[in-house]
Write a protein that binds this ligand. Structure first.
Ligand code: BGP
Length: 491
């Protein structure tokens, strides 16, 4: 087979501080909401915990709910909080980076934990120990010629911003984010070139489509928060372009890709609207630098005032990103048929089940063709370089007595997706990087589980936080090593 991966294509892996780093209360780091979020399973929700004004404990579902008046976020006895340890990159970074280098990585995606740099979000000065930690990490990566790809905000904003300053609903958070960015840009100007402003920025509005009959009180603030994040992103992109011309700034959007369930034109139209609302709403705004025309209809539907979004048009225009990145795990289907079977669960997208696809143990549709399809669609629309910065199979792995893991299911999944990228490159798509998710086992964002593993490297840690944290190479480690060594030719 002729493979089309260009010379210099970035192969690597992706992680996020909140799920991987650990050291949650070490080195002067402040807490994030993920530190007061409990572990769960695929069938039970993760809870955010707090103490009421009268001292009684309380909790709400991580995908909805808010802190009652007078309550304070708190770590409670009797619950397990898996993000406190993650899989302890904080103390294992040298060992882990050596393993990534052994696989042949040329790029590694990680996030900076904002509360490690500004523990409360609004501190006057940054936390030097936090700055030093990431400097050591970036230097270690460069030792092996691995290019860091840095997510600036990945689900762990300082808890103080959330609890006392109104989070992203408050426009003042934009200024705090800018200050944080200015510090890390200057600090790492010679170490980091590729930046992603927000992870899966469209997750702020997913309630609207994915929670059946979601109340307007949940939907509206999502659009406000998202708008403030667009403005924050545009401001720091503009700033980076002016001060650091070598920087490349990207957006990161959750790949909520769907198909019409049937060729009924009504299904086709419903699906078009679904993709616009869930996916392109963000890409259009961040890559083109202005809200798409269909946004007006969306704002009207939710009773949102158009002038609120239009007032920052100039800022959005001046801060459009240089490249597009997205997570791609699964696809789902859309239909107007109320009787259709609604049990697909593609990456939280709760769509209709696709009869042509197989589903993972967590109910995510496995669809490599959807990767090729989406790459073509995105590139047609934007004509900017694309990175696939998350992809992979969450599965239960068995560590054998001799410390091997025979994850042939993961190898088949990866093979099919590498092949799909190859086809997209042949189609003419300017794809420049592939960083599969959770390249080393880490805590699941959706369920808080350890047993939902994505890694090429097994980490000995279970759902209760028991384990040695020892690292072991899975069969997929050697498969990916060969794939990278042959630039995608031998898969
Ligand atoms: C994306 C997130 C990641 C990651 C991934 C897998 O939405 O950006 O943080 O966790 O999904 O999801 P999960 O961990 O729920 O399997």
């Amino acid at each position: 087979m002729t493979m089309s991966f260009p010379k210099g294509f970035y192969w690597g892996g992706a992680t996020a501080a909140n799920q991987y780093e650990g050291g949650w209360n070490e080195g002067g780091r402040g807490p994030a909401k993920t530190d007061v979020t409990t572990g769960a399973t695929k069938d039970t929700p993760r809870y955010v915990t707090y103490i009421n004004a009268d001292g009684t404990p309380g909790k709400f579902n991580q995908f909805g709910g808010s802190l009652p008046e007078g309550a304070k976020y708190a770590v409670l006895d009797g619950y397990y909080y898996p993000n406190h340890i993650g899989t302890d990159f904080y103390h294992h970074y040298k060992e882990d980076i050596a393993l990534f280098a052994e696989m042949g990585y040329t790029m590694f995606r990680l996030s900076i934990s904002w509360p490690r740099i500004f523990p409360h979000g609004n501190d006057e000065k940054p936390n030097q120990e936090g700055l030093d930690f990431y400097r050591k990490v970036f230097e270690e990566l460069h030792k092996y010629n691995i290019e860091p790809l840095v997510t600036i905000s990945h689900y762990d904003d300082p808890l103080n911003i959330e609890e006392h300053l109104g989070g992203w609903e408050n426009p003042d958070t934009i200024g705090l984010y800018e200050k944080y960015c200015h510090v890390i840009f200057e600090e790492y100007r010679d170490l980091v070139k590729y930046w992603l402003t927000f992870n899966e920025i469209n997750s702020a509005i997913m309630f609207a489509s994915f929670v059946p009959n979601a109340p307007l009180e949940l939907i509206r603030p999502g659009y406000i928060r998202l708008h403030h994040q667009f403005v924050a992103s545009a401001k720091v992109v503009k700033y980076a372009h002016e001060h650091y011309p070598n920087f490349k700034m990207g957006c990161m959007i959750a790949g909520f890709i769907s198909y019409p369930l049937t060729c009924n034109p009504k299904d086709v139209l419903a699906n078009q609207a679904r993709i616009q609302d869930n996916f392109y709403y963000c890409g259009d705004t961040m890559v083109r630098g202005y809200y798409p025309s269909y946004a007006r209809k969306t704002w009207k539907r939710y009773g949102l005032d158009e002038s609120f979004f239009e007032k920052d048009a100039q800022i959005l225009k001046e801060g459009h990103v240089d490249f597009f990145s997205y997570s791609y795990y699964a696809t789902s289907c859309e239909t107007v048929d109320k009787e259709a079977k609604k049990d697909g669960a593609g990456n939280m997208s709760m769509g209709y089940k696709n009869p042509y696809l197989e589903y993972s143990e967590w109910g995510w549709a496995m669809d490599p063709d959807g990767l090729r399809y989406s790459l073509n669609d995105i590139y047609d629309r934007y004509q900017v370089p694309i990175m696939v910065v998350e992809n992979g199979l969450g599965a239960i792995d068995k560590l054998e007595d001799d410390h091997t893991v025979h994850d042939d299911y993961r190898i088949s999944y990866m093979k099919a997706h590498v092949k799909a990228m190859d086809e997209a490159l042949q189609d003419g798509v300017d794809l420049i990087a592939y960083t599969p998710w959770g390249c080393i086992d880490l805590v699941s964002a959706g369920t808080g589980e350890m047993r939902k593993r994505y890694g090429f490297i097994y980490v000995d840690m279970d759902d209760e936080g028991k384990g040695t944290l020892n690292r072991y190479r899975k069969d997929s480690f050697y498969w990916y090593q060969k794939c990278i060594a042959t630039n995608g030719e031998e898969i």
